[in-house]
Design a protein around this ligand. Structure first.
Ligand code: MN
Length: 736
């Protein structure tokens, strides 16, 4: 294990002004706090935060970051508190450690909705101070390096989260080395056979071509030196994961990959970059289509370099990256290279805030502030995380930046929503191409439009930009309206049958003016949306009819049979796609439970409470069933997006209603534990409706409690209280 003075020494090497006493105090504090805790490897637990700190010294980070790394697991795993850390190390470090504690609890590979919410929390935690992310990445890197000590059943989850979230985040922040190592470690865990086979092939290749790397290095340096370009040339072999990804993307075999070897030419100035490029391009034939100038057009994460491939010494294809030393530093360390907080000077901070990577973070956070739904947010963020960008141009030369794998449809919507809606074809670089083609960097795209065109709903699954997807969804709302009209017609038919009157569309057409509508479809849609009561439609033809069924007929189906109907006075607001002329794309339509004719009910065992995100599933002739978004039952409707309705709560705050939810509680078997649980729920004004023991061991009892609560906050309060009781070992919401 690294000694105290060794850590200080590492920091002093790049930061002579380091606060040695602060580092020492943190070292001792963390070591004492973790005490005799051990890792699964048998090492003292403290070796972990120490290694994390060491990783960060490689990135040459400031004292606060190193100290936060030493302390990062103390609040969660020891008796240490935020207050104490504030007192001993100052509030800045306290905030960093607390941020790290928060994100530790996030589970980023859970169900979509929860994952989105957690990703949002993660970004919020790192938005205030990017150093939280830097420590988190180092923490994850060390955990991935020591993955074999993580319990078997957790390894895949940790690796998947690393590959899905942390590696792309590192990449997005420009931390290339970090990204590659994280990816490789995750790949080895998730696809051990693929990893092993690629590693073995690399090994064989190295044996057969042994000296090639060194020979090419030498020849490149000599050629550059002859022309007076001072450069350092370094060859490197790609990592298994990046080779694997290329094989997947291009669907080629290992042997067909030309660029296993890459070389970096590092020079002092931008002029020398182009000088070196000139030398390379005159000496060896260029492989067409491989030249990219990220110096004049940097990538979004601030990456700058010239990329080119030549048929180099020994007829080998050689991939070259040409960059300055400064660009190299940014390429390797990304946002960590920005001298970010290194001297705590406002100028350094400003510089960091100017960086594109930081800008991306800020924009993403702003998106959150605009209150987009977690799913939309995830769609947006994931796309930005996972796909690099492609830059395309309109015929007039306007630059349109799109995520990789974008299509001309995305391009069209990026230009203008109308262009997207009217697109019927595309020309890419002058050539007529399918709208579903994948766009590439530098493509010039011309969209062919037609005036009478509504986008096919299937485009929604083809496009990759959130903007295009949203526009296509909006444009298909006419179809949703037809759904409503269909539903409304069924309801009207039933109303006539109930009233014992004949149903005739012909006669109804004659009564349109009395209903203040211009077409039957309008009437049906209005009923379907519950803007009009079906009974009123009957009355328009039969004014003498008194309407309204007998009250007992309205009694709701007993809950035991699986349906929970809205009680009188309870209401929901339906958010559905609005009509064409509506300036607000979404229109809220209140649905009154039992007072309306539109049957609205909760799914059996749905357990949605106000505050939960809910969706309605439309069943023609039956009405709308409301599910919480996390309900597994929704999977059955995944193939039928036209049946999904956005539904919002509209609870009367002056007259709160109770809604049923279910909790799964595991408690230790000791006298009075059940009484304690009941007491907590009672004190919190929760209403226990039912309680079942589902399993019982010597030490623990697992039970399902049906509890009636007013809303999500109320429920979460009860859950938090329960969790704080020593007899309770876990509380989870069923379907929650
Ligand atoms: Mn840790």
């Amino acid at each position: 294990m690294m000694r105290q003075y060794e850590l200080v020494e590492r920091v002093r090497r790049y930061n002579p002004n380091t606060d040695e006493a602060l580092l020492d105090r943190a070292y001792v504090y963390a070591m004492r706090a973790h005490g005799t805790q051990t890792r699964a490897s048998g090492d003292p637990y403290f070796s972990h935060p120490l290694e994390v700190a060491a990783i960060l010294t490689d990135l040459k980070l400031d004292d606060a970051t190193i100290v936060a790394a030493l302390l990062h697991d103390t609040i969660e795993d020891t008796d240490a508190t935020r207050d104490e850390i504030d007192r001993l190390f100052g509030p800045q470090i306290g905030a960093l450690v607390e941020g790290l504690t928060k994100i530790k609890k996030l589970d980023l590979v859970s169900k979509q909705a929860k994952q989105a919410e957690n990703l949002r929390k993660l970004l919020l935690a790192i938005a205030d101070d990017v150093r939280v992310l830097l420590v988190k990445l180092a923490d994850r890197l060390h955990n991935m390096r020591t993955l074999k000590w993580v319990p078997e059943e957790k390894r895949n989850r940790v690796a998947q989260e690393t590959l899905d979230i942390y590696a792309p985040l590192a990449g997005r922040m420009g931390m290339h080395d970090m990204r590659e190592e994280l990816e490789d470690l995750a790949f080895r865990q998730l696809s051990p056979e693929a990893y092993e086979s690629i590693r073995a092939r690399l090994e064989t290749l190295k044996e057969s071509s042994g000296e090639v790397l060194a020979a090419i290095e030498r020849e490149l340096s000599d050629a550059l030196a002859q022309k007076g370009v001072q450069a350092s040339v370094k060859g490197r072999e790609k990592r298994p994961y990046s080779i694997w990804r290329k094989m997947e993307q291009k669907a080629v075999a290992f042997e067909q990959l030309s660029d296993i070897y890459g070389f970096r030419i590092i020079v002092d100035s931008v002029e020398q970059c182009y000088g070196a490029l000139g030398v390379v391009h005159t000496k060896w034939p260029v492989v067409p289509g491989r030249f990219k100038d990220y110096i004049s057009t940097p990538k979004q994460n601030d990456y700058r370099s010239i990329h080119t491939t030549v048929v180099g010494p020994g007829r080998q294809r050689v991939e070259l990256q040409i960059r300055t030393r400064k660009m190299h530093e940014i390429a390797e360390y990304g946002i960590a290279a920005h001298a970010l907080y290194k001297d705590n000077s406002p100028a350094a901070d400003l510089l960091a805030r100017d960086s594109n990577a930081y800008g991306w973070l800020r924009r993403t956070i702003e998106l959150l502030a605009e209150g987009s739904s977690p799913e939309e947010f995830l769609e947006h963020t994931k796309l930005e995380l996972f796909h690099d960008q492609v830059f395309c141009f309109t015929p007039k030369g306007r630059l349109i930046a799109l995520p990789r794998r974008a299509t001309p449809i995305d391009f069209a919507y990026a230009v203008h929503t109308d262009v997207g809606n009217m697109a019927v074809g595309a020309k890419i670089n002058g050539k007529v191409s399918p709208l579903v083609s994948e766009l590439h960097n530098g493509d010039e795209v011309e969209i062919i439009t037609s005036t009478a065109q509504t986008p096919p709903a299937a485009w929604e699954s083809i496009v990759v930009t959130g903007k295009a997807r949203a526009a296509i969804r909006r444009a298909t709302r006419a179809a949703v309206r037809a759904q409503y009209a269909g539903l409304g017609r069924k309801i009207v038919e039933r109303a006539f049958a109930r009233a014992g009157k004949p149903f005739s569309e012909e006669r109804l057409s004659g009564a349109l003016s009395r209903l203040a509508r211009t077409s039957l479809d309008d009437v049906y849609a209005a009923v379907g949306r519950s803007e009009m009561r079906a009974d009123d439609v009957v009355k328009a033809l039969h004014p003498e009819w008194t309407g309204a069924r007998a009250p007992e007929e309205r009694a709701s189906a007993p809950r035991g049979e699986g349906w929970f109907e809205l009680k009188a006075g309870q209401s929901l607001k339906f958010k559905i796609p609005g009509i064409e002329a509506d300036p607000d794309p979404m229109t809220a339509i209140p649905i009154r439970g039992i007072n309306g004719d539109l049957p609205v009910r909760f799914a059996p065992n749905g357990g949605a409470v106000p505050g939960d995100r809910i969706v309605g599933i439309l069943t023609a002739g039956e009405g709308i069933t409301v599910y919480p978004i996390q309900s597994p039952a929704l999977q059955d409707f995944e193939e039928e997006p036209e049946r999904w309705l956005d539904v919002r709560w509209d609870v009367d705050e002056d007259d709160p209603q109770r809604f049923p939810a279910q909790l799964v509680v595991t408690a230790s078997n000791e006298p009075g534990s059940l009484a304690q649980i009941a007491q907590v729920i009672g004190e919190r004004d929760g209403n226990i409706d039912n309680l079942r023991m589902t399993s019982r061991s010597n030490d623990f009892t697992r039970m399902v409690i049906d509890v009636e609560v007013y809303d999500l906050r109320h429920l979460n309060g009860i859950i938090a209280d329960l969790r704080s009781r020593p007899v309770v070992s876990s509380v989870e919401r069923l379907n929650g």
